[in-house]
Design a protein around this ligand. Structure first.
Ligand code: UDP
Ligand code: MG
Length: 320
C-alpha cells in the first residue's frame, strides 16, 4: 500500500499533465517513498483522459478517475479522497502553481512534529489582477468577522494530511462543498507554510470572475449564518429612523401647517426600502436554495471510468 496518495484534480489540462508528471518523477525518486498519483479527470473536453489512460498503462503508480461531466474541483478532491489508500494524503494542482518541491518538507514535518496536516498559503498574489486581489482580501476579512471557522487568506488547497484527517474530511459528505472551510472545520493541528505565487506552467486558469463570486457566496453561506440576521438588524434600524421621522413631521405640521409637498422624497424612500427588502429576500433565498439542493441528496460526482486501482477498486461505476 502506498505511503502517500496524491490527489490531482484536472480539468482540460492536457498541456500541464506531462510537465507535472515529469516533475513529480524527480520528487518521487528523491524522496524514495512509495506514492500513488490519483488524477481526477473532471469531465475534460480535451485529451486529458487519453493521456491519463496512457500514463496508467505505463506506470503502475498512476491511477485515474474520470467524471461523466464537469463537477468542479471540490468534487474532484472528494472523489480522490474516497479512493486514496495512503497513510498520508495530499491534494495538489496539476499546473505546478502548488510547488511539488515542498512535498519532502511537508512529509518531514508530519513525521517528526506533532501535526496532522501541513497546509500552504500564498504570501503574494503577483500576476493576479489588482481588483481581484482587493476583492479577495475583503472576502477573507468579512469571513474572519462573520464566521467561527477561520478561512485563512491566500490558503491553497495544496496540503498533506494524515489518514485520520482525510477520514474526517470524508465524513463531511455535503453537496455544497467549500474545501477551504471543510479542512478548517474538521480541526486537527495544522502547520502553515508560505510560498510566493507562481504562474501556471501551461494552459490557463479555470476561474472566471463570475465563478469566483459564486465560490465566495458558497464560502459565506456554508460557514456563517450571520447574513440571515442582517434583515432583522436593518429592519430594526429602519423602525427607529421612521419613528424619529414621524415625530419630526408631527411637530413640524403643528408649528408650520401642512403644505402638500414631498412626492420626490417619498419615491426615493420607497425605492430604498424595497431595494433593501429584496436584498434581504435574496439572502434568505441563497440559504434556502442550498438547503434545497442538500435535501435532494444528489451524488457529489458520477464516475464514468477509472483505472489502475488495485483489486479493481474504483472500477465500480457506483455513485458517491
Ligand atoms: N480544476 C478542476 N475542475 C474545475 C476547475 C479546475 O478539477 O472545474 C482543477 C484544475 O485542473 C487545476 C486546479 O483545479 O488542477 C486549479 O485550477 P486553476 O489552476 O484553474 O485555479 P487557480 O490556480 O487559478 O486558482
Ligand atoms: Mg492554477
Amino acid at each position: 500500500m502506498a505511503e502517500i496518495s496524491i490527489i490531482i484534480p484536472c480539468y482540460n489540462e492536457e498541456e500541464a499533465i506531462p510537465v507535472y508528471y515529469a516533475r513529480m518523477q524527480e520528487i518521487i525518486q528523491s524522496m524514495g517513498v512509495d506514492m500513488e498519483l490519483i488524477f481526477v479527470d473532471d469531465g475534460s473536453r480535451d485529451g486529458t483522459l487519453v493521456q491519463l489512460q496512457q500514463m496508467a498503462r505505463e506506470d503502475s503508480a498512476v491511477r485515474y478517475l474520470s467524471f461523466s461531466r464537469n463537477f468542479g474541483k471540490e468534487a474532484g478532491i472528494y472523489a480522490g479522497l474516497r479512493h486514496a489508500k495512503g497513510a498520508y494524503v495530499a491534494v495538489m494542482d496539476v499546473d505546478l502553481q502548488d510547488p511539488p518541491e515542498m512535498l519532502p518538507e511537508m512529509y518531514g514535518i508530519l513525521q517528526t512534529e506533532a501535526y496532522d496536516c501541513v497546509a500552504t498559503r500564498r504570501s503574494t498574489r503577483t500576476g493576479e489582477p489588482k481588483v481581484r486581489s482587493w476583492l479577495s482580501d475583503r472576502f477573507y476579512q468579512m469571513m474572519h468577522k462573520l464566521s467561527n471557522t477561520d478561512i485563512v487568506n491566500g490558503a491553497r488547497d495544496y496540503r498533506l494530511m494524515t489518514r485520520k484527517m482525510a477520514d474526517a474530511v470524508l465524513e463531511m459528505s455535503e453537496y455544497n462543498r467549500f474545501s477551504k472551510g471543510i479542512f478548517q472545520w474538521v480541526g486537527f493541528r495544522t502547520k502553515w507554510l508560505e510560498f510566493a505565487n507562481t504562474k501556471r506552467c501551461a494552459g490557463e486558469t479555470k476561474w472566471s470572475f463570475r465563478k469566483l463570486l459564486a465560490y465566495s457566496v458558497e464560502g459565506i453561506t456554508g460557514y456563517t449564518v450571520a447574513p440571515l440576521s442582517l434583515a432583522s438588524v436593518v429592519g430594526l434600524l429602519f423602525c427607529v429612523v421612521s419613528f424619529l421621522m414621524i415625530g419630526f413631521i408631527v411637530v413640524r405640521t403643528l408649528l408650520f401647517g401642512d403644505p402638500v409637498a414631498g412626492w420626490p422624497s417619498l419615491i426615493c424612500v420607497i425605492f430604498l426600502v424595497s431595494g433593501i427588502q429584496l436584498f434581504c429576500l435574496g439572502i434568505v433565498g441563497a440559504y434556502l436554495s442550498r438547503t434545497y439542493l442538500e435535501t435532494k441528496k444528489r451524488p457529489i460526482y458520477i464516475l464514468k471510468e477509472s483505472g489502475n486501482f488495485p483489486d479493481g477498486e474504483g472500477e465500480s461505476h457506483a455513485v458517491a
